[in-house]
Every structure is written in structure tokens, then in C-alpha cells.
Design a binder for this molecule. Sequence first.
Ligand code: SF4
Length: 391
Amino acid sequence: MNETRKKRPAGIYIHIPFCVRRCSYCDFLSTTYGEDVQEQYFRMLDRQVRLSPYKDELRIVSVFFGGGTPSLPAPSLLTGILDTVRECFDVAKDAEITAECNPGTLDAVKLRAYRDAGINRLSIGLQSADNRMLKKLGRIHSFETFEKEFDLARETGFRNISVDLMYDLPGQDRAMFRDTLEKVLALREPPQHISPYSLIIEEGTPFWEMFHEDAELKKLGDTPLFLPSEDEESGMLSDLKEILTAHGYHRYEISNWAQEGFESLHNKGYWERREYLGFGLGASGQVRDRRCKVTSDLKSYLSGDLGEKEVITLSRKDKIEETMFLGLREMKGVSREAFQKEFGVTIDSIYGDVIRNLIRLKLIKDDGDAVRLTEHGIEISNPVLSEFLLG
Ligand code: SF4
């Protein structure tokens, strides 16, 4: 057996915690520090990658630069880290290498540098095609900026592009969300992958303040604060399904749609419990049933605190639960055969009652080979998935 075959497939996540400014809904780990701190940060990232103890046992099949805004720092910083990853790890020739980008931070020089370094997938955060909404969200760009940079990415040769969209936004109605979808699909070469996700008002964000303190007295821009009703939300979801299906996308995970062959390999790795390493501020990793995090404190990270934190060893129970509630997020569901192969028992011996009950409620279906969510199960996935916690 050669060296390459002995290695286990894994992904690498690299966190880039810098943004031009904070969006009103954002609770991601990101800051607005400038070039000096960014350079210092990348020096630490470089050191962290080089110090990884897992270099000889993993074969890297995907690399994902997430943020923050990975497209904000000088492109040589990003591509330099990718060079270090390649130097230290066995990176598959056909590895999926994604950079999250925000409109307003891309230009031809950056895009060419990414392409030449082997970044082969972009994930662009558009969120909405409505300029007034983008302003309310605190985004730094307009739809036109997105359109221009998206076209530039196509011209540079990027054939695999994902776009993030948000629904359930304050003041948004069904027609506005439909309009966003239609504008994205009317691009000269529409994205291969679309991730629509609902706004969650997180504690500590400007939106939280607006919605939880004297909300009735406040306004967001010129719009009174209100969130779409449940009916409006379910209308948006039904439009989403109808429009994306009509344009040749298939839903392969609860919040992810792709044209055939463009599913995100990196994200599938999480749902299928492939091992992954996390580099950079607050990044998580999971290798050999050990899960750990990097410090979330920027000052500590910059001073060289690169060690593993919050280490937990996953028990058999943890792994069984995760197999179910991560696996069910994918439309292909959880394979009975794969489950039995990994755990030595059938799904039914552990979840027989839960599965029968959820089938009776038409929330999951079972074709004998795999257990999957039904359409209704997808709509209310959180409570359905929590049924698979073993207590
Ligand atoms: S661009 Fe993304 S990470 Fe940065 S502040 Fe906005 S939502 Fe947060």
C-alpha cells in the first residue's frame, strides 16, 4: 500500500477574521483591524499550519477559507497560506479550494492571484439584491457591485461559484425575496450553487438591540421594524423551491442547492463526519474522534497561543447522534448499510421507535436503504433532528 492510500481524507478550514465593517446581524468571529494586524495574523496562521501534528496521516481533499471576509486581506497573504498548506500536507490534485468573498472587496488582481494559486471555488455573500435592504443589513456593497465582481470572477475563469442569500429579513416580503432570486438567476452565467438561509437575530448584534429593547419605538432606516410573518416565510420557502427547481438546481442539504456536480465537497465532509482541521481564530477541528478549538481571543492568538482548546473525545453515543442529525440534513439521508458498518448494529435497534413515530407523522421516510427527511420534515427540521438525541 503506498503512502497516499494510507492517509485518511480530510478537510481544512482556515478562519480569516477581518471585515471592512460589522454587519448589523453578524455574530461571526470578525474584527475590523487593518493591514498590520492582518499581516501579524497570517504569520501566526502560517506557524499554526506548520506546527500541525497531523501532517502525515491526512490527505486533504478540501480547503475552505471562511470568515470574516477572506477576500479583504492582500491576496498574497491568502495564497501564501495555501502554499504553506501544500508544503506541509498532502493536498489532493483535485481538492476543492474555496474562498468566501464579499462584494466590495474583489478586484481583477485578487481574482487572478486566487485562480493562479489554485483556488477553484468562490462563495460570495450577496444576501439580497435589494439595495435598500443591503444598507439596512449594514453590508458594504450594492447589488451592482456584486454583479460587476461576479462577472469579473467569471471572466477570470471561475466556473464554480456559490452565492449566499438571506430571507426572513426585516421589512422583506415574498415579492422582494422572489426578486432577489430572479436577479441572481438572470446573471449572464448564474451561480452553480446557492445557499439561502434565514436571518437569526443573535444576541450582542445591533439587530438584537433593535428587536429586543423598545423595538416598537425604533425604525431600521425608513422602515418600521418587523419580521416577516410565518405565512410570509413559508411563501418565501415555497417560491425558493419552485424557482430553484425550475432553474435546474437540486436541494442536496436543508439550506444548500446546487446544479448537478456542484455540491460543496467541503460542507458535505461535515455532514458526513469526515475529519477536518481548523486553523485560525476560533476554528474547530476533528481528528480521530477528538474535537478541539483554537482560541477565540485575537490578542492571545497573535501572541502565539495556538494550542488546542476545549478538547473533547467523542463517545460512541456522540458519534451515533451526529451520524443521524448531520446525515439527515442531506437529502440522501442516512444509509442503513453505512450505519451498520460503522456501529455494528442496525439503525432500528437504536432508533426503531423514533423512526416509526416520525414516519407516522410524515416527517421522515424510509425506503429500506436510507432514512430521509420528507418535505414537511425539512420545513421543521430542528425539532425533527432533535428526536435523534439519545438523552
Ligand atoms: S461580512 Fe460577514 S463576517 Fe463580516 S461582518 Fe458582515 S456578516 Fe459578519
